[in-house]
Design a protein around this ligand. Structure first.
Ligand SMILES: *Cc1c(COP(=O)(O)O)cnc(C)c1O
Length: 401
């Protein structure tokens, strides 16, 4: 890096990270987004909000999550030393609870009467339903009928947690239709409802807010690494869907001389259009879900088809801050295929006794690929964004276990 950037002050007041982000929404919705931004900037500075969030992170989520030296995996690979940031140990099993608690709490402080969102595989839905039960605010989750049938355990969890599930039957009845329906419902009464976006995507201020809530991951990891090894990691890797767990851990290292690597899902291969979700590798700047960012689109300029073995990475866009970090070359965006991901899933399970989420397995796959090429005194920190309990049946069936 030749030029020093002031990353901490990003985005600008219009919500831009360089050319990306902003609020590509109708004027009345821009007004609502601006209200949320103003409220967020006020509330986040209060001791009440900060103390309550800190208490919940500690006593409810179980933070700080440890960093763990994966000795057996490192020895097996015979190169760099691999450490894992254990977001899989959080209550509800992934990093998503960090921003869902922040958003639910913000909605409550703003006096909103209902939180709503869409969910695909149900991970965001479960984390949000959990946060809303705790914070005591009604929660409504829109989910495609096809996904409802596929993801029965998560649907049951959301019901138990007291959330209202709205089945969406239009079109293909999966995530895209769920987004459309949830958004339509939100537009009926944006003054009283809060749309809790599930990653660092959407119109300003969501990419900023969700990043701020996830930055606890990087802040902890940086201090833990310094304390344990008296140096910073040489490489920090995270999987990238919308990009919240990645920006969460990267944010603490942006100003350091640390190689940051975002790992996108290459699905069945980068040469198979519609069968991967490598947005930054193969997409182009465009507009999606109220933001300017890299997008995978079809011939008509609509969001294109994407696929990954990890449903949480299956998104044709990406958080605008990642688009910016790619263009300036601060983060290196790599990718891993479904096959590499499954191999990493099994290897981590059998060398360390840790079953990772298929999403997180992409970052593990990258570490497994490069560790053997690096010297033994190099350190790789992998954000293990979630646990794989949700994926075991699928993997067993796919691998014939
Ligand atoms: C949802 C999910 C992701 C992808 O979301 P990001 O916003 O890219 O972090 C990654 N890992 C796990 C475990 C998830 O549940």
């Amino acid at each position: 890096m030749t030029e020093k950037k002031n990353f901490a002050q990003m985005p600008d007041e219009r919500g831009y990270f360089g050319d990306y982000g902003g609020q590509v929404v109708p004027p009345f919705l821009k007004e609502v987004m601006d209200q949320i931004n103003t409220a967020y900037e006020e509330i986040r500075k209060t001791d009440d909000f900060q103390n309550e969030l800190a208490m919940l992170y500690a006593d409810y989520v179980g933070r700080p999550s440890p960093i763990y030296y994966a000795r057996r995996l490192s020895e097996k690979l015979g190169g760099a030393q691999i450490y894992l940031k254990r977001e899989d140990l959080n209550h509800t099993g992934a990093h998503k609870i960090n921003h869902c608690l922040g958003e639910a709490l913000l909605a409550k402080y703003m006096g909103k009467t209902k939180v709503l969102a869409e969910t695909g595989a149900g991970q965001h839905g479960v984390a949000l339903a959990t946060a809303c039960a705790l914070v005591d605010i009604p929660c409504e989750i829109y989910m495609g009928q096809v996904d409802i049938e596929k993801e029965a355990p998560n649907v049951t969890k959301m019901k138990i947690l007291g959330c209202n599930i709205v089945p969406v039957t239009q079109g293909a009845a999966t995530l895209k239709e769920a987004v459309d329906s949830a958004f339509e419902a939100y537009l009926q009464d944006p003054e009283n409802m809060f749309y809790a976006i599930g990653s660092v995507v959407g119109p300003h201020p969501f990419p900023k807010m969700v990043r701020d809530f996830q930055s606890v991951v990087g802040t902890e990891a940086r201090a833990q690494f310094m304390e344990r090894l008296n140096k910073l990691p040489d490489h920090v890797a995270a999987c990238v869907g919308g990009g919240s767990n990645a920006i969460g851990i990267f944010s603490a290292f942006l100003d350091d001389d640390v190689n940051l690597v975002g790992v996108e899902p290459a699905g069945e291969g980068l040469d198979k259009p519609g069968r991967h979700a490598a947005t930054l590798t193969l997409g182009k700047p465009g507009v999606l879900h109220g933001m300017e960012t890299y997008v995978i689109s079809d011939e008509d300029g609509e969001a294109g088809q994407v696929q990954s073995v990890a449903s949480g990475l299956d998104y044709p866009g990406i958080g605008p801050q990642h688009s910016y970090l790619k263009d300036i070359g601060r983060v290196d965006y790599q990718n891993a295929t479904d096959v590499e991901c499954l191999e990493a899933f099994m290897t981590l399970s059998r060398t360390e006794g840790i079953i990772p989420a298929l999403e997180s397995s992409h970052a593990v796959a990258w570490a497994m690929r490069v560790a053997p090429t690096l010297a033994k005194d190099q350190h790789i920190l992998v954000n293990l964004s979630g646990r794989g309990d949700k994926d075991v049946d699928y993997v067993a069936e796919r691998l014939g276990l």
